[in-house]
Write a protein that binds this ligand. Structure first.
Ligand code: CP
Length: 292
């Protein structure tokens, strides 16, 4: 693997190798990298989890991390993303983690620069490292993805998490259901009634309502959305005995999920955040081994 920009870059065997290595790191394994590689995290959109867990993963792998602040970079003088990345290539960076508002921003980079690119989220397109940590969390819970019923609920059209997960989870044998209002269905087939999927789902993966991508055209009030598509306490009571709740976060309390359910026994939301570091360590190590 030379870059990771989409889940389509990974075979099922490679996904399983990342899960195994994430588990090994979780249990205290030490990195096998022998070179001292240099990385930087270029975030042009806001992030807390992805940026912090990449930084933690990089430090745990003993990588050299160069700081980058998009608010003080020459992109503000009109420098393109490609030209910015060329600077990092010239300076000698081995890996760049990039989050950018433009869908498929990586197409102008992959194969054209020597620095490896990891996609930390492109517009509404892809979020492969989130998908891998979601898959790891489900695998940790059930030991397999095969035949698990996974319902992804919410703002599907604007969700890079839904796009990355729908593809990857299906390839791993899960039954994926997308649930959303018809206005937010995008290119997908979807269930429009949340109550139709609750009782037989093994995983309810709630998505954030992405107001910043709605051009001011959101059609629901927060209260209406919560009643129609939110995980309420009444809906949680109808879930299967061992079913779990996930959310990539950040979450809107009492919109996608009732405040009381965020840290309930079924919730794996904070486990997902913990797992982010181990999964990103596994991704970085796999990618950098190929450069030794
Ligand atoms: N899940 C996720 O990508 O969170 P951040 O936007 O905080 O990185």
């Amino acid at each position: 693997m030379k870059n990771l920009v989409s889940m389509k870059d990974l075979s099922v065997d490679q996904i399983h190798a990342i899960l195994e290595q994430a588990q090994a790191f979780r249990e205290g394994a030490i990195s096998k990298l022998t070179n001292r590689f240099t990385v930087s995290n270029l975030f042009f959109e806001p992030s807390t989890r992805t940026k912090m867990s990449f930084e933690m993963a990089e430090r745990k792998l003993n990588l050299e991390v160069l700081p980058f602040d998009s608010d003080f970079s020459s992109t503000l003088k009109g420098e393109t993303l490609y030209d910015t990345v060329k600077v990092f290539e010239c300076v000698g960076l081995d890996v760049l983690v990039i989050r950018h508002e433009q869908n498929n921003f990586f197409e102008e980079l992959v194969g054209k620069v020597n620095t490896a690119i990891i996609n930390g989220g492109d517009g509404t397109g892809n979020h492969p490292t989130q998908s891998l940590l979601d898959i790891y969390t489900i695998w940790q819970e059930f030991g397999t993805l095969q035949d698990k019923v996974i319902s992804i609920v919410g703002d599907i059209a604007h969700s890079r998490v839904a796009r990355s997960n729908a593809d990857a989870l299906s390839r791993l044998g899960a039954q994926v259901r997308l649930v959303c209002p018809s206005e937010w269905q995008g290119e997908f087939e979807a269930f429009n009634e949340f109550d139709d999927v609750i009782e037989d789902s093994d995983v309810l993966m709630m998505l954030r309502v992405q107001h910043e991508r709605h051009d001011g055209k959101t059609t629901f009030s927060k209260e209406q959305y919560h009643q129609m598509y939110g995980l309420t306490i009444e809906r949680e009571r109808k879930m299967k005995k061992n079913a779990i709740i996930m959310h990539p976060a950040p979450f809107n309390r009492d919109v996608e999920i009732a405040n009381e359910l965020v840290e309930c026994d079924r919730s794996r939301i904070f486990k997902q955040m913990e797992n982010g570091t181990y999964v990103r360590m596994a991704i970085l190590e796999l990618l950098l081994k190929g450069r030794e």
